[in-house]
Design a protein around this ligand. Structure first.
Ligand code: MG
Length: 255
């Protein structure tokens, strides 16, 4: 590149940076409040609907049907139970379900409930899970008076991150997960250059705080890091009478 052209670019970049009021050590300390006030871009307006869903959210399940979902077994229609109260329940051994659409970084809300009539123990009591990009599981489990390995308990990033708290409501009541997820980045060679990160609130309690996901959440073995792009949200049928119900699932894509 021609040196004069290079200098011109640097000069204009310096002008742009100066215009953005960056806190460069070489810049003069502002002397008035106006110098550090920013008016643009104005954030988009988001209102909250009567049902609590943000106006710009994509509703993935509102109790009406499985329009946004398919079975992971054969890619066909979901075989889970659709309940009259606006929820769905895992149908034993019908297999996992996933969204038809693929997503990158998201804010995801979902509500889940384990049966009031408990059955099974440890990992066998109302085990399900929500997978980001088809790979990274936030555990769903009935841990009320039911111990298991803590990196596989409710709210764990399965086999990777113990939750910061156990914030479940009593069995039979509805839990809410609010998840902020940023996808991993890979270079042209397929090597991971930035890990995925995840923050999870269970019933308003912080249980995962910007955890750097190590790779796929394996039942056996180490996390894997094969390069990937966008992926679906997946809900698990643990195949041992999971009986977990879901309702009110929506997300906002983050860019
Ligand atoms: Mg699970």
């Amino acid at each position: 590149m021609n040196k004069l052209f290079q200098s011109a670019i640097l000069f204009f970049m310096a002008l742009i940076c100066h215009g953005q009021n960056t806190n460069s050590a070489t810049e003069k300390e502002p002397k008035t409040p106006e110098e550090t006030e920013v008016y643009k871009p104005v954030p988009p307006k988001v209102s909250i609907k009567a049902n609590g869903v943000p106006s710009d959210a994509l509703v993935l399940f509102d109790g009406t049907d499985f329009e946004h979902w398919v079975s992971t077994v054969d890619g066909n229609a979901v075989q889970w139970h659709l309940n009259e109260d606006g929820s769905m329940t895992v149908k034993n051994k019908a297999g996992d379900i996933k969204t038809k659409q693929d997503f990158g970084c998201v804010q995801l809300h979902l509500e889940w409930s384990s049966p009031a009539s408990v059955a099974g123990k440890s990992q066998g009591r109302a085990n399900s899970g929500v997978f980001l990009q088809d790979r990274y599981e936030v555990q769903i489990l009935d841990n009320n008076d039911n111990d298991t390995y803590v990196n596989g308990q409710v709210g764990a990033i399965y086999k990777q991150s113990v939750p910061l708290a156990m914030a479940s409501v009593p069995s039979g009541e509805w839990n809410a997960y609010d998840i902020i997820y940023h996808q991993p980045r890979f270079n042209d060679k397929g090597e991971k250059t930035e890990p995925a990160t995840i923050t999870v609130l269970q019933n308003g309690v912080l249980i995962q705080d910007h955890f750097k996901i190590k790779g796929t959440t394996e039942y056996i073995g180490w996390p894997k890091n094969e390069a990937h792009g966008k992926g679906p949200i997946k809900l698990q049928d643990h195949r041992d009478n999971s009986r977990v119900s879901f309702r009110n699932i929506w997300l906002r894509e983050l860019h």
